[in-house]
Design a protein around this ligand. Structure first.
Ligand code: MRU
Length: 367
């Protein structure tokens, strides 16, 4: 991968697209990375559901884009000319896909947006409506690219302020909020890609990727992406963050988010809140990269964000040659945690940098 340009890389790992006949989703199977780059087709609603549930496609924005394309594909097959019957079938598929994962609000946001598009199309012919749904999914994908770019520009402004004495800027990130989690630039990685576009060299930054137990999105996905872009990259276990910060290696932290509550509390991959607590201790700026589609004004605080609990085997068996915990031991495996808004330096949205009080800041950007 190291001989290809960043643009070629983006193309190669494009997270979600339609097959040429538009009858299936074509995704890169993220469970196989970084060893195997394999694209798979998702033809049925069960396959789309399974791919989201099993993290073949993952990351809040990418889940939203997949759900949107999924609905367009499924709706293209409804055998009816009657709008009410069409809408009923659509609602049933939408409700089914909504059960795949509970935390990332982008899933529900994208499904609702597709349904609103459908309902606004009442009176048009069914072939026209099918086309409108495909177009809306394309729009969600295209908007995501622009959103990431805008977040990247703001984040790059912060990086520029930290570049001094020819030393690389030390950036820590958690999980994967990168290309694979979005339609192109990622959110937490967008400032790095924008920095390259502005002429920074890969050696001007040093990206420290938290391994991110138990599913290793940082080690398997983020380090693969960032290193492929030619940026100096290091992977460390999650419990090494404090050691890194104490050693003065980290200038700034960028993370993604799966759902932001109205007061600025946010859910992101398990381990994020610990990282924020450590960063606060060492006085290191901690930024959340948050597309406005991830901000849920209907959720008052982090206490109301539903947190997905996952299979115990991800902790005790996955990745190991043999089981690493006694057979019947209890396992605690939440996929996400909630970080208190008081620990955040700021939240970078595509519409601007938000700081506390967050509810007011979110209203100022039109939410
Ligand atoms: O369980 P995952 O891998 O879907 O979790 C992903 C994250 O926590 C990301 O940080 C978040 O979705 C933001 S992606 C831009």
């Amino acid at each position: 991968m190291s001989n290809i340009s960043v643009e070629e890389f983006f193309d190669k790992v494009l997270t979600v697209r339609l097959t040429p006949d538009r009858q299936a989703l074509d995704i890169i199977d993220q469970t196989l990375l970084p060893g195997t780059i394999r694209r798979i087709s998702l033809n049925t609603k069960e396959e789309i559901w399974e791919a989201i549930k099993k993290l073949r496609v993952r990351g809040a924005p990418a889940i939203g884009v997949s759900a949107a394309y999924g609905m367009a594909v499924l709706a293209s097959r409804y055998q009816t000319d009657d709008f009410e019957t069409f809408a009923k079938l659509f609602k049933a598929d939408k409700d089914y896909l909504a059960t795949s994962r509970p935390t990332a609000v982008n899933l529900f946001w994208a499904l609702d947006r597709m349904e609103s598009t459908l309902m606004a199309s009442r009176g048009k012919s069914i072939p026209e409506i099918r086309e409108i749904l495909y177009n809306e999914a394309d729009r969600i994908q295209a908007e995501d690219v622009q959103i990431s770019r805008s977040i990247g520009e703001i984040g790059f402004g912060l990086l520029k302020d930290l570049k001094k004495d020819g030393k690389p800027v030390g950036i820590e990130t958690h999980c994967n909020a990168g290309t694979l989690a979005t339609a192109k630039y990622g959110t937490a990685t967008a400032p790095m890609y924008i920095a390259l576009e502005h002429g920074w060299k890969g050696t001007d930054m040093h990206v420290y990727c938290d391994e991110t137990r138990p599913l290793l999105q940082g080690a398997r996905l983020t380090s693969f992406e960032v290193a492929s872009a030619g940026i100096t990259t290091t992977v460390q276990c999650d419990n090494m963050a404090s050691s890194l910060m104490r050693a003065g290696k980290i200038d700034i932290i960028f993370v993604g988010c799966d759902r932001v509550a109205r007061n600025g509390d946010f859910a992101n991959k398990i381990g994020t809140s610990g990282l924020a607590i450590i960063a606060k201790h060492y006085g290191i700026p901690f930024y959340v990269c948050a597309p406005s589609s991830t901000i849920d004004m209907n959720t008052p605080s982090g206490d109301q964000i539903p947190i997905e609990m996952r299979d115990p085997d991800e902790v005790t068996e996955m990745w190991y040659k043999e089981r690493m915990a006694p057979k019947d031991v209890n396992v605690y495996n939440p996929a996400f945690d909630v970080t208190d808004h008081s620990l955040i330096t700021g939240m970078i949205t595509e519409k601007g940098l938000c700081t506390a009080p967050y509810d007011e800041a979110f209203r100022r950007i039109g939410l």
